[in-house]
Write a protein that binds this ligand. Sequence first.
Ligand code: MG
Ligand code: MG
Length: 255
Amino acid sequence: MVELKTDTSIEAMHAAGQVVGRALTAVREAAAVGVTLLELDEVAREVLREAGASSPFLGYRPSFAPTPFPAVICASVNDAIVHGIPTRYRLRDGDLVSIDCGAELDGWAGDSAISFTVGRARPADVRLIETAERALSAGIGAAVVGNRIGDIAHAIGTVCRAGGYGIMDDFGGHGIGRRMHEDPPVPNEGRPGRGLALRHGMVLAIEPMLIAGGRNDYHAAPDGWTLCTNDGSRAAHVEHTVAITEAGPRVLTER
Ligand code: MG
Ligand code: MG
């Protein structure tokens, strides 16, 4: 069931979203060659603590997961696409890092992700990240009253495919509200004009996941969480929580 949010609830979700935005900004500023992923997790924990927010990631255990998630961010490096568990791994020159973060404040959730490079960036990584960001913008642009879920999916998929990239098909965006994952699913590829009609008060997490090698094949790392490309190619993941309003799409996790 898709729950429509009141304008008051959207304001409350914006407050949660701003905590996520601040956490991601702080993590990105802290990320540098030699810094560990666990240190980045600690940076995000501190932002959540200061805001009085809790983490919907910490202890999260969906059906596919072998263990409760142990951190407040997912940190996915290079060939890791999403769901990376922060470890003692030290960032190296030229790494491509995707950080996903959530926060719960006053009973409302926010969810957002960024991809960036550390040190000297490879041109191919810059292009991959820029395409992911353009796909996200296209998806947000299609999140308007009168459109359908398929229009968002089509907008995202078109940008990704035009770049020659693969799209993860088992994972994608989702409704969000009091819980991080709500209906409806928001796929990253689809047919325009299909699916649920978008209405004022729907709040969606829109999140393209792009695979540089152009395929959709991936596997779980031994930790059971981190999803890595089969061909070893790099991946990018960007996400915003977006409210659909009569006045147009409103990003609630801006940075
Ligand atoms: Mg996320
Ligand atoms: Mg999400």
